[in-house]
Design a protein around this ligand. Structure first.
Ligand code: SF4
Ligand code: SF4
Length: 487
């Protein structure tokens, strides 16, 4: 269903969709590239502590060479970010080279100073998707972004982006302040003409560690996901796509509906960092994910290391996760072999380990059924550096706030392995070999023709809702391109 446009050509497959071959060969399908750390906003949640450009940012010629290396490695989408990407004078030259080599060029922006003229120039250079950050209604957005008037500029930018024919998307960080405003943000960005909305959690990195009161508590993920799922369905009815970002965790009753990049039913399959996702910093540092700190997840810089070599070195730094060797909920989790602890970034920034992620819907709902919840407490500040990490303790507690022993916080369903299918009774994912659903207890025999029919029925209903939404937009004369894929 999602059809991205590259240089005017409509393509049936989203660029970010990973194939089995991509995963096996570690093709850097999607690259997020900080081309400068210079920024004209002062966000209280900025993980990279952007503001001033880095002292040793790549030259134009070095950037062009990077684009060519990525094209040779099979990259299909490059997202230019900052800081603010357009504060680099040669950003359009870089964008044009990306487009010339047949790679989708997208941009993520705070949009302060993203004028009509800049947007038109971006389109002429080949940029085909722009995501604008909207982190709240006017007062909240301006206060989070540290600049009065930045909200109105972001909303105007969405309208202007749509007017020149670029796909307008919106990105929103969800934190303790923006969470209550999500339904109103939805209404506001739909009215401005946005076609898709990627939502992410504010993650404990950089400035967000300094302002830790902003961070959601892990048990709040239940409320967040339930609210987002309602908005997802509301959006589908009008052809608007809500895309849960990789930090919005995982499984539970909403998973079959919203995780897919296409109209097929899909589920979360784990972090792609260092496998099919790559991050680049403005000085050429190559990382397995743009959000991860280079201290642990870098394989050198483009000035000294060919990207092809870096890709081989990144694997061992990211892919192996241990889930705290079974001593944490993730490590004991039913879904471990599929998920491996969700987003590495969310997990690493808390306790400097990967594969143990308390911001997970399945984990939080399972604990809630036992009268338990998790809370993070900051125990060390983050240094004053880009992508700096502090330290947090993840506490297990009872509903009255008293501490509970960690041993109570394991998944008693324990790790299983195999292909995931949907339970026909409760709509949650279970492993195909199960004889009874571990979530609702319903009997589950080997896959039958009835299962196949059930899957087709869900698929048909999803397709119908999407068709219905498109039709409404066509009637309203609004249908243009399609929806950009998520990270
Ligand atoms: S508890 Fe951990 S391993 Fe299990 S689904 Fe959630 S994030 Fe994944
Ligand atoms: S660390 Fe998180 S954001 Fe980065 S690739 Fe993995 S899932 Fe995506």
């Amino acid at each position: 269903m999602s059809i991205a446009q590259v240089n005017g050509e409509r393509q049936a497959t989203p660029q970010r969709l990973r194939t089995v071959q991509d995963r096996r060969l570690h093709v850097p399908v999607h690259v997020v590239w900080e081309i400068t750390l210079a920024c004209n906003l002062k966000c209280g949640h900025c993980g990279s502590r952007a503001g001033k450009r880095r002292a040793n940012e790549l030259s134009t010629a070095e950037c062009i060479d990077v684009v060519r290396q990525l094209a040779a490695a099979g990259t299909r989408e490059i997202t230019l970010i900052g800081g603010e990407a357009y504060l680099r004078r040669d950003w359009l030259e870089i964008a044009a080279e990306i487009a010339r080599l047949g790679i989708l060029c997208s941009v993520q922006t705070g949009a302060r100073g993203l004028t009509k003229e800049r947007i038109a120039a971006a389109y002429a250079a080949g940029v085909r998707a722009i995501g604008v950050s909207v982190d709240g209604l006017r007062d909240l957005h301006d206060s989070l972004r540290g600049v009065s008037g930045s909200h109105d500029q972001a909303i105007r930018a969405i309208e202007n982006i749509r007017a020149v024919g670029i796909e307008p998307g919106v990105n929103t960080q969800i934190n303790a302040l923006s969470m209550p405003q999500l339904p109103q943000i939805f209404d506001e960005i739909v009215a401005a003409g946005a076609r898709s909305w990627q939502v992410q959690l504010t993650v404990a990195m950089g400035n967000a560690v300094d302002n830790a009161a902003l961070l959601l508590q892990p048990h709040q993920i239940i409320e967040v996901v339930d609210c987002l799922a309602r908005l997802y369905h509301k959006g589908r009815d009008i052809g608007f796509r809500l895309l849960p970002g990789n930090s919005i965790g995982y499984f539970g009753r909403h998973e079959p509906h919203w995780r897919s990049l296409t109209s097929n039913i899909e589920h979360w399959t784990g972090c792609n960092a260092g496998e099919t996702t790559l991050g680049l910093e403005a000085d050429g540092t190559i990382k397995s994910c743009p959000s991860l700190p280079k201290s642990h997840y870098s394989a050198g810089g483009t000035r000294s290391t060919p990207i092809e070599d870096a890709l081989r070195n990144l694997e061992s730094r990211t892919v192996r996760r241990d889930g705290n060797r079974g001593r944490s909920f993730c490590g004991s989790c039913y879904y471990w072999n599929t998920c491996q602890g969700g987003c590495t970034w969310v997990s690493h920034v808390l306790e400097s380990k990967r594969g143990d992620n308390p911001y997970c819907y399945y984990r939080a709902t399972t604990l809630a059924k036992r009268g338990l919840r998790e809370r993070i407490v900051k125990v060390a500040e983050a240094p004053d550096q880009p992508f700096a990490v502090g330290r947090f303790e993840v506490r297990l507690e009872r509903a009255d706030g008293s501490r509970a022993p960690r041993s109570l916080g394991l998944d008693d369903k324990r790790r299983k392995r195999g292909r995931l299918v949907l339970c026909r009774s409760c709509d949650e994912y279970i492993y195909a070999a199960e004889r009874a659903c571990p979530h609702c207890g319903a009997a589950h025999g080997p896959e039958t023709a009835a299962d196949e029919t059930f899957r087709r029925e869900i698929q048909t209903s999803i397709d119908e809702v999407e068709r219905h939404g498109r039709r409404i937009l066509e009637i309203a004369g609004m249908a243009g391109g399609d929806i950009p894929a998520r990270e």
